[in-house]
Design a protein around this ligand. Sequence first.
Ligand SMILES: [Zn+2]
Length: 689
Amino acid sequence: MKANRDVKNISESCDPLLVERQPIAFDQIKAEQVEPAVHLLLEQMKARLNDLSAPHVPRTYRDVLAVLDQMTEPLDFAMAVTRHLEAVTTYPELRAAYNAVQGPVSQFYTSIALNEGLWEAIKAVDQTANKDALAPVERRFLEKTVSDFRRAGADLDAAGKKKLEALNVALTQVTTKFAQNVLDATNAWELIVTDEAKLAGLPESALVAARESAKAKGKEGWRLTLQAPSYIASMTYLDDRALRQEIWEATNRRATEGERDNRKLILEILRLRREKANLLGYRDFADLVLEERMAKSGADAQRFLEDLHEKTAAHYERENASLAELGRELGYQTIEPWDVSYLAEKQRRALYDFDEEELRPYFELSRVEAGMFDIFSRILGIRVIEEPGVPVWDPAVKYYRVEDPGSGILLGHFYTDWFPRENKRGGAWMDSLVTGDPDSGKPHVGLICGNLTPPTESTPSLLNHREVETIFHEFGHLVHHVLSRVPVRSLAGTSVPWDFVELPSQIMENWTMERDALNLFARHYQTGEPIPEQLFQKMKRARTFRAANLQMRQLGFGIVDLKLHREFDPAAGGDVMAYAREILAEFTPAPLPKDYGMLASFTHLFASPVAYGAGYYSYKWAEVLDADAFTRFRREGIFNAETGGEYRRHILERGDSEDPARLYRNFMGRDPDASALLERLGLRTEAAA
Ligand SMILES: [Zn+2]
């Protein structure tokens, strides 16, 4: 009896993590509740998994798949809330508790697909169920589950499963080491400059940062590092060419020497990934990870990039020729890798007399936000209403409800948290806390977070254009979650393939470049005036500056990623660095040195077991989709509620309930077309010679 009493005590004291309520009791959640709650939930989940995999369970969709779909919901909720609090209001005890539960929790999730009884039951349903009697979304869930389980190793014999487990462990270890090497090598380098004259060209903000960085290390002078803000400022502004070269070469050597040499780790990661793919019956790692994505196969993704490459090449040549010309005027006989950003900045200033900062007074956060809610309420047929007085984790956080005025249904709630704090992670993101089913009375819950320019004593929060895009972007992910009407949890909201998930977010950014939309929310915070026409035109023109170079850079990374995972043979032990260098040379405006080392710090590809491995193409893929889908709004009206209604019904409400390629076709009436992206980047037409 004692055990029971203990369990009861735990349940009461951990209430907010164990019992899902709306609004969530953020004011009552404490670090010490996390471990007991999660361990109790893990016990319950294991018991549920046991029950589900028992031989007497009827082999029907409802008894197996529908139960599986709901099974982990309480654990998902507790982990989502904990993960979220750790991200926005962390403290040592909370971080420790979160770290302590992560291992057992991920072990449990991994164990689901390797549970033999459950796999037998799922296969039995797959083979015997009358699939015509299932709703299409149920049939899709059944098919996807079978395929997910297979890719997680469910069909392997005991020896195969053991091998797979060993490969996964090895991949985690090697990729973790790769990431640490990059971090350590980056931090290990610094350059202390004591003669300010050597820093000529650097803007005031970068000088101040370099001075503070030196002071923090107890040194005199200015400290330059390889961390992004310092490195980018050095490459863009430093007049001293030799100094730029020194810094570029330090970045290029990163993680290629001594204890922190990532070159052999790359070979090892590629070999482990290839072996894993082969073990599971795939030709290569690209085919393994892309099977369930929109691109379907490595070959298709590569064709997609190569096609864009072809269409960008002529513009790229022209941009490079004009940069070379400017270089010659400034006395550069050749353009080296450490000259490109520097000369490009000179060119940008000559072509566009445009200072991003001029826009800030027109982008006051509360006005931007209210305007955005207003615009998308009209387009998508929703209503967004602030609800004050609910428990939040910081006084700056706001809470909203989203209704469907047509049906009166409450679709969901969301939180916004926009300003930086010391206890909050960097960057911007959307997260879901509850995946609901509004048609059965359970609303969704999500949140959008950022680290935007905070208010000062004399001004409200005034944003730059990139920050405005960020708010629209995250709100796009949010409506994808909150507007979901998919009854199968696992296929709801943003649980869509990786190369489709950025369509709803990126498409929103288009509205921030439309005059009529800007007029609604971009007003001078003191005078109420809209953005002057001349400033707006400058902002538009600056958007296409060196667009071909930027695109080529992304295409080069995407192609080298796919070739490494498809064509390169890691078992043959060739020189992977030289292989990558040869490919990337075609996408880089300056000649690359023999020891070109970028790959050794390419964390997107190698810092975790899957990461963006064989998936870097997704960035461009999503851009093609968003630019193309926006053409319907362009044509039919950027505030057109009918177009918005179709977009909502075909894309936003559907999650992964149908093949994304089909969802896209349902909205557009055809397959994606890259011309809209090329046009947006100014790469569409062949300019006259
Ligand atoms: Zn995104």
